[in-house]
Design a protein. Structure first.
Length: 80
């Protein structure tokens, strides 16, 4: 089933963008002034809502799963 963007929690996108920017859940949690656990749980909720893994784990860093997330990252930088 396709995700419903009308019901998407935009705070989850904020967390996702911070992880993209920092390339680490721990560093993103510091940027957002929250715990690493809260960031991980937010990413899990976003994965569930979108039905997408969001990241692929590699040896060194998490890499974006799809090119569409690159545009989200650029948009996030404009918001800040």
């Amino acid at each position: 089933m396709a995700p419903s963007f009308k019901q998407l929690d935009l705070n989850l996108l904020r967390v996702f963008a911070a992880v993209m920017e920092e390339r680490s859940a721990l560093r993103a949690s510091r940027l957002l002034c929250t715990s690493q656990s809260a960031v991980s749980h937010a990413l899990a909720r976003l994965r569930d809502q979108l039905g997408d893994d969001l990241f692929l784990r590699t040896r060194r860093v998490s890499s974006q799963r799809h090119a569409r997330w690159n545009s989200l990252r650029r948009s996030w930088r404009r918001w800040r």
